[in-house]
Design a protein. Structure first.
Length: 134
């Protein structure tokens, strides 16, 4: 999903002519996926064995990311509302730029989570293989 978000956002910046309904569906899909991920990951993190200072710091960082991502999703949907209010190129580019920033943050976040998963032992149910996908 992260690679898809990055590519889709880049195309918005380049003014790819997506129908507004597709733009709305894409933002809803990303928001839903991030919320579902945060909920699932937070349950795993709450049960993860906190062994070592470095691991505990990593858990706190990832948990803080989940809170920050909720704020990011609010901003992402705000940019969508701007596009819905006046669907023009500059507004779509702003939405796309924010999507690119969000994708970059999500990619770094998943890298941190994979590190935690490797330190915690067996993989948690419902996580993607280590191919870089969420």
């Amino acid at each position: 999903m992260i690679d898809w978000l990055e590519g889709w956002s880049y195309n918005l910046v380049l003014l790819e002519e997506y129908p507004l309904s597709d733009v709305q569906a894409a933002v809803r899909t990303v928001a839903s996926a991030v919320r579902e991920h945060s909920d699932s990951a937070n349950r795993w993190l709450a049960a993860a064995p906190l062994t070592g200072v470095e691991f505990a710091r990593g858990v706190r960082l990832v948990q803080n990311d989940h809170v920050w991502f909720l704020t990011s999703l609010e901003q992402f949907t705000w940019f969508l509302r701007v596009v819905e209010g006046e669907d023009q190129g500059g507004h779509r580019q702003a939405l796309g730029q924010y999507g690119r920033i969000l994708a970059e943050a999500l990619r770094r976040h998943r890298r941190d989570e994979r590190w935690l998963e490797g330190k915690a032992g067996p993989r948690r149910p419902g996580t993607a293989p280590r191919s870089g996908k969420p």
